[in-house]
Design a protein around this ligand. Structure first.
Ligand SMILES: *Cc1c(COP(=O)(O)O)cnc(C)c1O
Length: 358
């Protein structure tokens, strides 16, 4: 099935931001995608319209009970001017999982990818091509039915907006720089049976307190531990976490509390392709500390769409600070970053068939 959408172009295009001073998520493009859902009628009236405010009632369910999910993707411009997405059907699959968990209506992967592709195609000129820049794509689904009863709504909006973004790091050329991470032992992100595996808004509102605490301690992000024993490593902020101990690369298993990152899956597939031993298994923070002390902890890094790969230089625990390797950028983190970012931007051959041309 192929989808077509009505297109209403803006009559007042905005000036594009300076690619040298682009920040993350502050500027928005000229258009957005919007589609409605009604029980009995299904998804309908998908269209591209000028980017602008929504007209929602204060009683809209999303404001009260948080029936809301989002996605995060990027479109890159290659050196020869092509526009490409990275594994969009993986995001489409995750949309289904998130919607299902939140009792929100399913979106067919073809509909999802068609909508993203149509909007990105229209906003082609907004995709910056300077090193480290890209067009961040933010799809979301919200319950906009005005009703105060606690139940699944009968009316929803599926919206996609785009934002030209700069390098995640302020370092020259947007290169990798090691981060300091606070090991959070009080607040938790997700419990088994909850919504940690879904990209739903409430997970992020609930994480801000820990994020603020990490900032106070001079760290960029938190390392979340499991909600039951406060012992096993889970995620780093809003990205997945990898630990290299001796020759084994370890990441937390998908047991309901971990967001299954597209970047995480890609890291695992690349490591397997390279013949590197990668395990999805539980790893305690005590074992991480022990490995740091005996020198077998070689690297720690985070993976996600925003920064691709983010090396960790220091892990701060309540009673001690661990320096990872020599505190700099690890060899494996660098190789993964160069490969993934290279494939995304067209500089490295796409042997894995991950790239999707718009
Ligand atoms: C989005 C997200 C990730 C990373 O997922 P990607 O698909 O790689 O961008 C990891 N953890 C959390 C909690 C997230 O929200």
């Amino acid at each position: 099935m192929s989808y077509t959408f009505d297109i209403q172009r803006t009559l007042t295009p905005k000036e594009k931001p300076d690619p040298d001073t682009l920040k993350f998520g502050r500027a928005f493009t000229d258009h957005m995608f919007i589609m409605e859902y009604e029980t009995g009628k299904g998804w309908h009236n998908g269209r591209i319209v000028p980017y602008g405010p929504l007209n929602l009632e204060p009683a809209a369910a999303v404001f009260h009970y948080g029936q809301s999910m989002f996605e995060g993707m990027k479109a890159y411009k290659t050196a020869d001017g092509k526009v490409q997405l990275f594994r969009p059907y993986m995001n489409a699959a995750r949309v289904r999982t998130s919607n299902e968990r939140m009792c929100m209506p399913d979106i067919e992967p073809e509909l999802y990818v068609s909508a993203v592709r149509t909007l990105v195609d229209i906003e082609r000129d907004w995709i910056p091509d300077k090193a480290g820049t890209s067009l961040y794509i933010r799809p979301l689904v919200i319950a906009d039915e005005p009703f105060l009863g606690v139940q699944a709504a009968d009316h929803y909006l599926f919206i996609i907006m785009c934002s030209p973004v700069g390098p995640y790091y302020d370092t020259p050329g947007g290169g990798l720089s090691p981060t300091s991470i606070y090991v959070e032992d009080e607040y938790v992100r997700a419990a088994v049976g909850g919504v940690g595996f879904a990209k739903v808004s409430g997970n992020y509102g609930g994480s801000l307190k820990a994020q603020a605490k990490a900032k106070e301690k001079g760290c960029e992000q938190v390392l979340w531990l499991d909600a039951v024993e406060h012992k096993y490593v889970e995620e780093i902020g809003t990205s997945n976490a990898f630990f290299v101990i001796n020759d084994e690369v370890i990441t937390a298993p998908l047991l309901g509390t971990i967001l299954p990152g597209v970047t995480r899956a890609s890291v695992i597939e690349l490591l397997q392709k390279w013949g590197i031993n990668v395990s999805e298994r539980r790893l305690s923070i005590d074992d991480v500390a022990k490995a740091a002390h005996d020198g077998s902890l070689k690297e720690v890094f985070a993976s996600g769409t925003a920064a691709v790969i983010s090396p960790v230089g220091k892990l701060m625990l309540s009673d001690t600070t661990l320096t990872i390797g020599d505190g700099g950028v690890g060899e494996l983190a660098l190789r993964l970053y160069d490969t993934l970012y290279g494939i995304q931007t067209g500089a490295v051959a796409d042997e894995m068939d991950w790239v999707f041309e718009v």
